[in-house]
Design a protein around this ligand. Structure first.
Ligand code: 5GP
Ligand code: MG
Length: 179
């Protein structure tokens, strides 16, 4: 694992190693296999951050999973309520499907709440959350995530898909901000 990395104006120290991540991913995959085998599960990975986690997780899944990548976008609509959220990239119907949302990190939970609202309207058979990281002290989301790689303190991390101003996503391990 590389030692300190510098991204833009900040420095980051090694936090969760590549080996630790990969071991945990194998455990998550077998948990998901147990829960979803025979259920034709559909995984929706949220871009951009979840791309690496989704790819590594998928190498181990044996539950014949389907995968789509989605992106949350917010635009100014015509309604008085202001901004409107939409999910881009959804091409298959979710009706009666067992859907698992793959995220990189859950912080306040605001993003996941938006995603849930958008997906629930499609009437899936079930909807659950699989996130590599969770910040339990700041998470206020309405839905308890069932599959979590690691719980971390409230701190800023990069690597393994997560960016700081669009850089650092390529790092195969997770790094924490040095204060
Ligand atoms: P939430 O809506 O749960 O507060 O935040 C979710 C989004 O905030 C994540 O998808 C991610 O883009 C960003 N985020 C939250 N915490 C971190 C962090 O520690 N590092 C990075 N790189 N992004 C974070
Ligand atoms: Mg994200």
């Amino acid at each position: 694992m590389r030692s300190v990395v510098h991204i833009h104006d900040l420095s980051f120290a090694p936090f969760i190693s590549e080996t630790t991540i990969q071991t945990r991913i194998q455990e998550l995959a077998s948990q998901l296999d147990t829960d979803y085998i025979g259920k034709d599960p559909l995984f929706l990975a949220v871009l951009n951050g979840a791309f690496m986690f989704a790819a590594d997780l998928f190498k181990h899944l044996k539950c014949q999973p389907e995968l789509s990548f989605v992106k949350v976008s917010s635009y100014v609509g015509t309604k008085s309520s202001g901004r409107v959220d939409e999910l881009i990239g959804l091409q298959t119907s979710l009706k009666k499907r067992h859907v698992i949302v793959i995220e990189d990190i859950l912080d306040t939970g605001v993003t996941m709440d938006k995603i849930f609202t958008l997906l629930e309207s499609e009437q899936p058979a079930s909807l659950s959350i699989c996130s590599m990281l969770l910040k339990p002290y700041s998470y206020k989301g309405k839905h308890q995530p069932k599959y979590i790689g690691f719980e971390i303190e409230d701190q800023f991390v990069v690597g393994y898909g997560l960016d700081y101003k669009e850089h650092g996503r390529e790092l195969p391990a997770v790094y924490q901000l040095i204060r």
